[in-house]
Design a protein around this ligand. Structure first.
Ligand code: NAP
Length: 241
């Protein structure tokens, strides 16, 4: 059976593993950072490979025929590592990246290239809905006079400053829930990464409905020269060779 590695940590990676079940021998790989991750069907390994060389060695040892990078669009280091390992040992690589979000009627998102640039747009008195992940928190907590509702899957590293309210939660989210959250905490700015996908779009609809400012951090570009698809179906066809 064809042996396929899926670099995962996303809903698309789990869907792809399910799609390939019975057609290929699939190993899904997770970084091992989330305490209680949603697991794909089939074989799962956890933890880093030790950079591109470690991944190249692992691919050879496991006799992997093809690799799909289905990591989150912001997991730039893992994607770069996959591209380098593929170039080193010739294991074909496909990158599955869901489309980014698009503005709808009435939206006026402020697009920025980094978390730091997003923080630069915030000022005294802002009440911010921050959904950029627990590791990004230090970029924002230092801003004077800014109050943050920081939502993340796992808790941020302590100490958490007094201007931050941490909300531990994991999508999918509903429009009703997001509207209630924004109203309850009197939020006026949403800061988010352009993750794409349907599981977390409700915050954008709620922000539109309630007139919040939206600061959108753009995705890092994929590694040069990689073959990209946007759907699980396309990746499933490719993976089966
Ligand atoms: P990253 O910065 O690109 O990766 C850092 C290091 O973590 C990599 O160099 C690699 O270590 C290891 N790693 C990352 N993904 C891995 C995987 N799927 N399997 C094995 N090792 C992996 O990644 P990140 O942004 O921290 O994301 C980590 C994981 O969380 C990814 O699987 C991603 O799909 C998922 N995720 C990320 C976000 C986000 O916003 N970044 C959101 C949702 C889910 P070595 O160099 O040692 O191989």
């Amino acid at each position: 059976m064809r042996r396929v590695l899926i670099l995962g940590g996303t809903a698309e990676a789990r869907a792809l593993a399910a799609e390939l079940l019975g057609h290929c021998h699939v190993v899904s790989s997770l970084a091992g950072r989330v305490t209680n991750p949603r697991l794909p069907v089939g074989e799962v390994r956890e933890g880093g490979f030790g950079g591109p060389d470690g991944l190249a060695a692992w691919l050879a040892a496991e006799r992997i025929d093809a690799m799909v990078d289905a990591t989150h669009p912001f997991a730039a280091r893992m994607s770069a590592s996959a591209a380098e390992a593929s170039a080193t040992n010739g294991v074909p690589l496909l990158t599955l990246r869901r489309p980014g979000w698009r503005e709808g009627p009435g939206d006026a998102w402020e697009r920025v290239g980094s978390l730091r640039a997003a923080a630069d747009l915030l000022g005294h008195g802002d009440r911010v809905f921050l959904t950029t992940g627990r590791r990004s928190l230090p970029v924002f907590t230092v801003l004077p006079g800014v109050w943050l509702l920081a939502r993340s899957v796992d808790p941020p590293d302590p100490p958490v400053p007094g201007n931050v309210h941490v909300l531990l939660d994991r999508g999918p989210y509903t429009l009703e829930g997001e509207l209630a959250l924004i109203r309850e905490h009197r939020l006026d700015v949403l800061v988010t990464k352009d993750s794409g996908g349907s599981m977390t779009t409700a915050k954008l609809l709620a922000a539109r409905e309630l007139g919040l400012r939206v600061i959108m951090v753009d995705r890092p570009p994929p590694p040069a020269g990689v073959r990209l698809v946007e759907s699980v179906a396309e990746a499933a066809v490719w993976a089966q060779g």
